[in-house]
Design a protein. Structure first.
Length: 205
């Protein structure tokens, strides 16, 4: 899958977008290219990151559309026009409809700051901390129609330390995210990731 064209969906700071942009610039993504940032908050810091990285942006305000499906159809047309082969959700805070999910089935991935299936949805770091687990981590998974329920591609563990706050734990989790996300994208771009039902096989180098 050399030459894989990627669109990143993000809503906030864009640290995972930056990790992917850096990996692409350093030629660590098997020739894959970041072609587009899709962002539902035109004033978000990730937009400036995209500009600095030379990545085109598709910016929109959901309130200007009658429905989620309406703006997703517009986004989908843009992705198809650009020949996007992989959609990467990197802190995109919108629930996707079947318009987008079905069009990119098996070609859309998300990163979550917990060890799924534990602590899905918003606030995965706080959920894990409040529950009192000793180990949490990061999950990269394919996107399906559920809330963080898609087949798991990769997971990395992060130890919860005595005295951890949500902020201190988040720092370590985000550092792991920025390592594992480019690695997964690189493996997908190299054709090393295969999906069979709920089971994902990742061939190692």
């Amino acid at each position: 899958m050399a030459g894989l064209r990627i669109a990143v969906f993000a809503s906030g700071q864009g640290t995972n977008f930056q990790a992917l942009a850096d990996a692409a610039q350093q030629d660590r993504l098997e020739g894959a290219s970041l072609e587009l940032l899709v962002c539902d908050k035109p004033e978000a810091p990730v937009v400036e990151r995209a500009k600095r990285a030379g990545v085109d942006t598709f910016l929109f305000r959901p309130k200007e559309y009658a429905s989620r499906e309406d703006y997703e159809r517009e986004i989908l047309a843009e992705l198809q026009k650009r020949g996007i082969g992989l959609v990467v959700l990197a802190g995109y805070m919108r629930i996707l409809t079947p318009v987008m999910v079905d069009a990119f089935a098996g070609r859309m991935i998300n990163i979550h700051p917990a060890l799924l299936p534990a602590f899905p949805g918003v606030g995965g770091i706080k959920q894990a901390l409040d529950y009192g687990v000793k180990v949490t981590g990061v999950t990269v998974h394919f996107v399906d129609g559920g809330m963080d329920t898609g087949p798991i591609i990769a997971q990395r563990t992060v130890e919860v330390l005595d005295g951890d706050t949500e902020a201190t734990l988040a720092l370590r989790i985000h550092a792991v995210e920025q390592e594992v996300f480019p690695w997964v994208v690189q493996r997908i771009a190299s054709g090393a990731v295969s999906l069979d039902g709920r089971h994902v096989t990742v061939t190692t180098l």
